[in-house]
Ligand binder design. Structure first.
Ligand code: IPD
Ligand code: CA
Ligand code: CA
Length: 256
């Protein structure tokens, strides 16, 4: 299964790479911050066509076209281009993210970092990988020495869930905070030990399906803001190396 998911992620990535920096159509979704391009749509259609051909009974949940219900126990959760704002503005940080569920368990996750041509992948119980190198989270247990990463929802101007206060609190508590613009890549960097932790107040299933498994298989921990295990249909996410998790929960509690 994972080989097939890698194959289609790279095919979709090729479409994205070819479109990068060229002329493409851009539309607004909910507001002028929330964009979708022709390339998001083309990538998604290519992935859906592949699933229909190779796994015709599987259900698909995809960001731009929603749910394609089917009969099997398997569901593909697809973000055809994670980092659309970066893509649109010429910043080369974006990915294809695909998670596959059996029932409600994620069994396989792939994030393709398009411009670096790097595949992050995991299968349940078999560890996670950057290309063929095994990944593990960082060993740091001190929040003051941590580099964290986050993202903001498209309605950040309304400050949902006190996202701005949370950001300011982490800014004061950690060594540094980064905002890359692709939640899937953020999570792969936690799995790789580059970042010690990641949080975001609102993510969709397609943003986190692959990244969640990749972090867990690299030895990390993924919960909500009260420390409870989450599934990919929960929205808030705190992901870390496990060692700074409690310190991060403390910060989140302060700005509830
Ligand atoms: C977005 C990115 C961003 C995160 C947003 C997501 P999109 O996904 O992952 O980093 O902060 O919450 O919606 O719209 O580029 O697929
Ligand atoms: Ca996304
Ligand atoms: Ca997207």
């Amino acid at each position: 299964m994972v080989d097939k998911v890698i194959q289609i992620s790279k095919e979709a990535g090729q479409i994205i790479r070819e479109g990068f920096g060229k002329n493409f159509g851009v539309e607004y979704k909910t507001n002028s911050a929330n964009l979708v391009t022709d390339i998001d749509k083309k990538s998604e259609q290519t992935i859906i066509n592949f699933i229909k051909k190779e796994f015709p009974s599987h259900t698909v949940i995809a960001e731009e076209t929603g749910r394609h219900q089917n009969i099997s126990d398997y569901t593909w959760v697809v973000d055809p281009l994670d980092g659309t704002t970066n893509f649109t503005h010429g910043l080369p940080i974006f990915s294809v993210s695909i998670g596959v569920l059996k029932g409600d368990e994620i069994i396989c996750g792939v994030v393709y970092d398009v411009m670096n041509d790097v595949v992050y992948s995991a299968e349940k119980g078999s560890g996670s990988f950057k290309n063929s190198d095994k990944l593990s989270v960082s060993r740091n247990s001190n929040l003051e020495e941590s580099v964290l990463v986050t993202g903001f929802p498209y309605d950040i101007s309304k400050n949902p869930h006190k996202a701005i206060e949370k950001f300011v609190s982490f800014l004061k508590a950690a060594r540094a905070i980064r905002r890359l613009g692709s939640a899937a890549i953020d999570m792969c960097y936690v799995a790789s030990g580059v970042f010690d932790g990641f949080w975001e107040v609102y993510l969709n299933s397609w943003d986190m399906a692959a990244g969640k498994l990749i972090i867990e298989e690299a030895g990390g921990l993924v919960t909500d803001f009260s420390g409870k295990k989450i599934d990919i249909f929960s929205n808030q996410i705190l992901a870390s190396n496990g060692r700074v998790h409690n310190s991060m929960l403390e910060i989140l509690k302060r700005s509830e």
